[in-house]
Every structure is written in C-alpha cells, then in structure tokens.
Ligand binder design. Structure first.
Ligand code: T5A
Ligand code: NA
Length: 227
C-alpha cells in the first residue's frame, strides 16, 4: 500500500475586512466538492480557554499587557500545532484563516502616545519560531479606505485606520523577509501571493483558486518549520 501523501497547508492572511473568513469558507466548500479531505482552522481560535482571553481583549472587555496578549496569540497557535501537523501528514488539507504572520504584523504595529513602536519585530517573531510552515500564503490586500466601506469596521480593538496602515506596511516587510529566507531555505518553499481583495467576491475567489489548484498536481515535500 502506498504511504499517505502529505496534504497542502494553506494560509489566508490579510488586513481586517479584506474578506478572509468569506474566502476561506468558499475555498473549503470548493475543495470538499473536489473530493478533498480538508479542515478549516481560524486564528485566533476563540473557543479555547486561551482564545476566550484573546476574545475578551479584542472586544476591549479586558486589558492585558502588550507582551502578554502577544504571547497568548502565539500560544493559541501552539495549542493547535500538533493537530495541524497530524492532519497534514494524514492527507487532510489544512486552511488557516490568519496565522503567525498576523501575530507579528499586528503586535509590531502597536505604538505609544508619541508614535514609537512598543514591541520590536524580532521580539514579536520569536514565539512563533518552529510552527509548521505553510506551503502557500495568500495575502488579501485591501486599502484601509476600501476596508472601511465593508460592514462592521471599527468594532474591535485594532480596527482603526492608522493601525491598519502600519499593519499593511508590516505585512509587506514580512513578505520581503520571507522571500529572501525562502531563496536560501533547505525546507520546502513557502509561496507568498498578494491578492487584490478590493475586487468582487467572485474575482477574488477565482484568483485564489488559480493558486490552489496547482498545489494538488505535485507531491508535497515533508513539512518544514517557520523561520
Ligand atoms: N490578531 C490576530 C492579532 O493581533 N494577532 C494574531 O496573532 C491574530 C491571529 C481579530 C483580530 O485579531 C488580530 C487581528 C484582528 O484585528 P479575526 O478574528 O480574524 O482577528 O478578525 P475578524 O473580525 O473575524 O475578521 P476580519 O475583520 O479580519 O474580516 P475578514 O475575515 O477579513 O472579512 P470577512 O470575510 O468577514 O468580510 C468582511 C465584510 O466584507 C464583506 C463581507 O460580506 C463582510 O460583510 N466582503 C466583501 N464585500 C465586497 N466585496 C468583497 N470582495 C467582499 N469580501 C468580503
Ligand atoms: Na475574519
């Protein structure tokens, strides 16, 4: 009997209101229709005890030290890291709605009253070192202006336009660093695609699909780790 092939690890990242949850759900349905075993995981996973603390913080129902909340976001991923690895190695595709890249991009965007960065990029990155490495990151890019026009913007803690601008810049920095590291990496290569998420739902969905379908045409190499 042939050994089970590792399934693709897909991450959808992006700014708030870029359509991640809409698109990850659509992708899940599309892959299922295609006969694939697939599981969707959303970060933060607000259902675990750690996730409930994160949820309370995001809704401003509680206050936490900036470092403490950063570590909780990371711990929330580590809670599921071995599950993700098992799923992938048993042939189930994993789609993540946000991952470690959000963790860095948002925390490193926090500033004090005079606009100085509170947490360094390197510090923000360190707790996520060693997490399973995705095969592909689809970054849903949208201008803060366009995001604002979509329902619900402004309800949660980080949904402020200035913050979102810094987050967008940080994601671009992460992409550049990732691409440089990947060119030297011994592991499987992470592909990072920037998707214009300001278009119609259907156009964005089609663009995403055009990057996902080819993942199933070749064999996935053994799973790498982040950074
Ligand atoms: N965070 C997260 C950290 O600080 N550190 C971390 O480590 C992690 C993982 C919550 C916050 O936590 C931060 C980042 C966030 O600030 P979340 O739970 O993912 O993260 O946030 P949500 O509020 O659930 O999701 P978003 O606000 O980011 O929205 P989505 O999922 O990007 O967008 P979606 O699909 O819900 O769509 C938003 C609206 O736009 C419409 C939808 O119908 C919906 O009304 N829409 C479109 N309209 C027009 N055209 C399109 N193409 C559209 N696509 C969607
Ligand atoms: Na979402």
């Amino acid at each position: 009997m042939a050994a089970t092939q590792r399934a693709p690890f897909i991450v959808i990242e992006g700014l708030d209101r870029s359509g991640k949850t809409t698109q990850t759900s659509n992708l899940l349905v599309r892959l299922q229709k295609d006969g694939k075993d697939v599981q969707l995981i959303k970060f933060p996973d607000r259902t675990t005890p750690i996730g409930q603390m994160i949820d309370s913080y995001l809704r401003s129902a509680s206050e936490l030290d900036d470092r403490a909340i950063h570590l909780l976001f990371s711990a929330n991923r580590w809670e599921l890291a071995s599950t993700i690895e098992k799923l992938l190695n048993s042939g189930t595709t994993v789609i993540c709605d946000r991952y470690a890249f959000s963790g860095i991009a948002f925390s490193a965007s926090k500033v004090d009253a005079s606009g100085h960065r509170l947490l360094s990029y390197e510090w923000c990155k360190s707790p996520d070192i060693g997490l399973p490495k995705p095969d592909i990151v689809l970054f849903l890019d949208i201008t803060p202006e366009k995001a604002r026009e979509r329902g619900g913007y402004g309800e949660e803690r980080y949904e402020k336009e200035e913050m979102q601008r810094r987050v967008r810049t940080n994601f671009e920095g992460i992409r550049k660093e990732m691409m440089e590291l990947e060119s030297k990496s011994q592991d499987h290569t992470l592909v990072w695609e920037v998707i214009d998420a300001g278009r119609s739902l259907e156009e964005v969905e089609q663009d995403i699909w055009s990057h996902i379908e080819p993942l199933y045409r070749s064999q996935c190499p053994s799973l790498g780790r982040l950074w």
